[in-house]
Write a protein that binds this ligand. Structure first.
Ligand code: ZN
Ligand code: ZN
Length: 365
């Protein structure tokens, strides 16, 4: 990974926010900027230095993984060790002007903010800055896209296991168990989120986790799942039908499929995420299902399952080549059933490439 280039782009925001340093505490951002994959750390980036603080448990791992930053093993929580260092650095800077340090306002807890503040001297100022690393992370480089492709491919292979497992009378958790076992056998670090298998009337719940409920003799089964591989997340949804679908069920499936395709077709550099959302929403509205599409069309995916940009109604972010987003419209008719279809796509120079290799034709079991 090109950590040097990432740090350079990260520091280019210092001017904009008038910062002397930025304290990074969100672990995926730390991983992105210096490579550390552990669960305790703080990265202090100033204009001319970059220091990574962790505790003794991570001594070897930090030495192996961290690039572009000096590793400091602290005997106190990493964020406080970083604050202490900041206070010492400020002292060396013999200037009357205040020393401004940015903190990640979306991630630092109030308790941490207070404790860091106690370490500061009177000429120190802290300010919460909007996401910086998250903005950089939106555009993936070639190496990241290669890793995402591998995660998507392993994730997609689990759908075959789902198709083998889904039978009337089998519990939703049993289907999820088969998929998750196959994921680990395939090398996954874990699942991207608790696998969603939602059968029958439960398919109308957009975020139903796999439950003890048995798959009915007839009805939709929403399968939403993904794996983490080498740090990168995958995410896909397919909805299958057990038994013979009614014509109303087929019509709903077809409408969601067309909405999904319309949104995929709208993905290109220069388009806003709001336009992509609108493409799916407009189609479902035209077919009379607009009120049943109750969430946004998609989200960025990378080192986290949900990251910027959010592909939501009216969203202003402009798509750029290298962004990886999901396209996942759905329609949920309360008490009856629901359908969602989700692919991951990467924005290319002229449009997009659908990464998820799985067919979207309605599978009946
Ligand atoms: Zn998703
Ligand atoms: Zn999903």
């Amino acid at each position: 990974m090109n950590y040097k280039g990432r740090l350079k782009r990260f520091r280019s925001y210092f001017r904009h926010y008038r910062l002397d340093a930025l304290l990074v505490t969100h672990l995926p951002n730390i991983r992105y900027l210096c490579g550390f994959t552990g669960s305790a750390g703080a990265l202090l980036v100033s204009r001319n230095k970059c220091e990574f603080f962790t505790d003794g448990r991570y001594r070897e791992q930090a030495d192996d993984e961290v690039q572009g930053a000096r590793v400091i093993i602290a005997s106190k929580p990493p964020v406080l060790a970083a604050a202490e260092r900041l206070a010492a650095d400020g002292r060396k800077a013999e200037t009357k002007a205040p020393w401004w340090t940015g903190v990640e306002g979306e991630h630092l807890t109030l308790a941490e903010r207070f404790r860091v503040g106690v370490e500061m001297r009177s000429d120190h100022r802290l300010k919460a800055v909007p996401p910086v690393a998250e903005v950089l992370r939106m555009v993936k480089d070639d190496e990241e896209i290669r890793l995402i492709r591998a995660a998507v491919s392993l994730g997609a292979s689990l759908f075959d296991r789902a198709l083998q497992a889904i039978r009337p009378g089998v519990k939703e958790v049993e289907v999820a168990a088969e998929m998750e076992y196959a994921a680990r056998r395939g090398g996954a670090e874990g699942m991207s989120f608790p696998t969603i298998i939602a059968a029958g009337a439960r398919s109308a719940l957009p975020h139903a986790r796999a439950s003890e409920a048995a798959i009915p003799r007839s009805g939709f089964v929403v399968c939403d799942f993904g794996v983490i591989l080498a740090g990168y997340y995958s995410d896909m949804t397919r909805t299958v039908h057990v038994g013979h679908p009614t014509s109303a069920a087929r019509q709903l499936y077809q409408a969601v499929l067309e909405a999904q395709q319309a949104a995929v077709d709208a993905v290109r550099p220069g388009a806003t995420v709001g336009e992509v959302d609108q493409a799916a929403r407009k189609l479902l509205q035209k077919q009379g299902f607009g009120q049943y599409f109750t969430h946004s069309t998609g989200h960025g995916v990378g080192l986290e399952i949900h990251e910027a940009p959010k592909v939501a109604a009216g969203g202003p972010e402009i798509l750029k080549p290298g962004m990886v987003i999901t396209i996942e419209p759905g329609a949920y008719i309360p008490g009856k059933y629901g359908v969602r279809i989700e692919d991951m796509v990467v924005v290319t120079e002229h449009g997009c490439e659908v990464l998820t290799p799985t067919s979207k034709e309605l599978v009946t079991i």
